[in-house]
Each structure stands twice: as C-alpha cells, then as structure tokens.
Write a protein that binds this ligand. Structure first.
Ligand code: CTP
Ligand code: MG
Length: 228
C-alpha cells in the first residue's frame, strides 16, 4: 500500500466536514439578508456576546446542506472498488458513501482477530445525504462552541486562535460521523476511520495545515476578509 493512500482516504471521508467548514462564505453570498445570529444578539454574564455576529443560523443550515450534498455526490461519482481504469487496484478505492465500503477491502478486524465485512447493499441515498448533513451540522456546532470559548477569553470576532480555529470542526465532525454512523451500512464509519492509523492522523494533523492553506486561497480570491 502506498503511503499516500491513508492520506487520501482521510481527506476523502472527511470531505463533507471540510465543505461544511468552508460553506459559510458561500451561504452569505446566497442569502445575504438572512444574517440572524445564533445567539440572537444576547450577551453573556461577562458582558460580551454569547457567540457573536459571526455565528449565524444561515451558516449552520448551509453547512449541513452542503455537507449532505457532498456525501451524496461522492456516493454517486465514486468508482466501484473492483472497477477498472486508473483507479483500479487502489486499496483505498474511492467507493464513496454509497458503494462498497472504503478502507482496504471493507474487511474490518478487531485486535483479537475478529473480522467482518461491511455490507454496503443497505445504503440508500437519503441516508447518505442525512449522514453528510449531520456531519456538517456537528462540524459547525464545534465551530460555534469554539466561538463561545473565544468570547469568554475576550477574543473579538475574527481574532485568530491557533490551532483551535483550525481544529474546532475536526473534533465535532468526527463525533458527528460516529453519531450518524447508524445511517450507513454497519461498520462503514469504523472501517473508514480505523482500518489504518494514518487516516485519523491525516484528519487531525493534516487538517490545520490544509485549513490555513484554503483560507489563504480564499483571501486571495477575496472570499475572505482575513488570511486565516
Ligand atoms: N459564519 C456564519 N455562520 C456560522 C459560521 C460562520 O455566518 N455558523 C461566517 C461568518 O461570516 C464568519 C465567517 O463565516 O465571520 C468565518 O467563520 P469563522 O472564521 O469561524 O468566524 P470568525 O469570524 O473568525 O468568528 P470567531 O472569532 O467567532 O471564530
Ligand atoms: Mg471558528
């Protein structure tokens, strides 16, 4: 197995969360007038905003929807595990959330040698959409939780706070995948995340780096006001 395969898988299975995290700038362009903040403008005991104007219902809903669509799209465009072409023979074949499980051959083994194969025949499109939606929602709830802590620490909206700005949606996104795992074929999420240690490492360590890069590009493209 090539070294980049677990890296690719990590980026791939977590794509709905990445899309959710990037989505608020697009939601803002699509619905500029729906800018109601989640905290309703309320102040906390410390006299500062609970979350701030940067956390909107629009962002939350848009993130869930885009993540759901992303999961669905991956399920539709991903080639089958045993397909031919340039992707033939990839252990981490890009099966998507609909087809046979990714993660080696879909066989998942516990340390004591108990192995089972994921049965993907039970996946349906609305379950895949809902899976992505939950993951996206969790990712942005994590982002809002981080804003809550930032406000309590006296950091203004938009103030950088490394590495939490980069990791807020990761922890909650992973949690969302676990919570929503019953929507996918039994064992899919577990196999996708744990078949190789490199997958989780990629998501947890690789994400802050990727996040910084993407934000810089967003800044260059004038989609974002600040380069972080
Ligand atoms: N955004 C939104 N709704 C959300 C999350 C984000 O509308 N639930 C939008 C806001 O316009 C926000 C931008 O996306 O300014 C970037 O998000 P983020 O970097 O997380 O917010 P910050 O402005 O940095 O605010 P904070 O300091 O609270 O993290
Ligand atoms: Mg944030």
């Amino acid at each position: 197995m090539a070294f980049w395969e677990p890296i690719l898988q990590g980026l791939y299975v977590f794509l709905p969360a990445y899309m959710a995290n990037m989505s608020p700038v697009f939601s803002a362009k699509l619905a500029p007038r729906w800018s109601a903040p989640i905290d309703g403008g309320r102040m906390h005991r410390d006299g500062k905003r609970v979350l701030g104007d940067g956390k909107t219902w629009r962002g939350l809903v848009g993130g869930g929807l885009l993540a759901g669509l992303t999961a669905l799209l991956l399920g539709v465009i991903a080639p089958p595990y045993d397909g031919g072409g340039a992707l033939a023979g990839w252990d981490f074949g890009l099966q998507g959330f609909a087809g046979p499980p990714i993660g080696f051959d879909g066989v998942s083994c516990t340390p004591d040698g108990q192995c089972s194969t994921v049965d993907a025949s039970s996946a349906s499109w609305y379950a895949i959409f809902l899976f992505g939606f939950v993951v996206g929602l969790f990712a942005l709830v994590g982002d809002a939780v981080e804003s809550f802590v930032k406000r309590r620490l006296g950091k203004e909206r938009g103030a950088p706070w490394f590495p939490f700005d980069q990791l807020d949606f990761v922890v909650f996104g992973l949690l969302g995948m676990v919570v929503a795992s019953p929507l996918l074929p039994t064992g899919w999420v577990q196999a996708a995340l744990t078949d190789h240690w490199g997958v989780l490492i990629t998501i947890i360590v690789g994400t802050p780096a990727l996040h910084l890069l993407v934000n810089r590009i967003g800044y260059w493209l004038r989609l974002k006001d600040v380069p972080w």
